[in-house]
Design a protein around this ligand. Structure first.
Ligand code: ZN
Length: 196
């Protein structure tokens, strides 16, 4: 379930500007892609604070229509819509759990949640929306092949990578209406931060 592999046979096409072009399975023109799922952004309200992109030091006000970029072809963009739906459903339940406590039983495809995180990472990186430690935009044109391969259902995530369970509460996760990201690896060493 939750497959993000484009339907039918491999197209054999590579659309210039699509970050999954190396898979040779493109179709249609480049489309505006919400690399942070709109289904998730809409739950943050009409206005929210963003930290992470270049120029957003100290937090920048934004809204649900932000974070679009022409970084995927129509065929690859369309293949990711189940991932956006999953992210929106997951986040809604997380918010309910924080405020109400009890949410009952729900099933999620863990691979889809990991694919959603990679979709955000690649979209933000290729559209120059990730900054280095000095606040400058990182320039990424084509991501390393294993990322689009996993994102579009052609391979499994590497052992030891992906989402893990945290056995103790994570600091800073109480900020339910902000969005921030940083590279996992910087020139100064490993660091990680994600909250939504
Ligand atoms: Zn494509």
């Amino acid at each position: 379930m939750g497959s993000t592999r484009p339907k039918g046979r491999r197209s054999g096409r590579a659309v210039q500007g699509c970050y999954a072009a190396a898979l040779n399975d493109c179709g249609g023109d480049l489309e505006a892609e919400h690399f942070v799922s709109k289904a998730l952004l809409q739950q943050l309200g009409r206005s929210f604070t963003v930290n992470g992109p270049p120029g957003a030091k100290g937090g920048k006000k934004s809204g649900p229509n932000a974070f679009t970029a022409h970084v995927l072809c129509k065929r690859h963009n369309g293949a990711l819509s189940p991932v956006d739906t999953t992210a929106g459903r997951f986040y809604r339940l997380m918010l309910t759990a924080v405020s109400a406590g009890r949410i009952g039983d729900h099933e999620f495809d863990g691979d889809d949640l990991e694919r959603w995180a990679i979709k955000l990472l690649l979209g933000a990186a290729v559209s120059n929306n990730i900054s280095d430690d000095a606040g400058r935009a990182l320039v990424v044109s084509q991501p390393p092949l294993p990322y689009p391969q996993f994102l579009f259902g052609e391979s499994d995530v590497s052992p030891g990578c992906g989402f893990m369970f945290a056995s103790t509460p994570l600091e800073g996760m109480e900020e339910a209406t902000s969005l921030s990201w940083r590279p996992l690896i910087s020139q100064q060493g490993a660091s990680a931060e994600w909250s939504a």
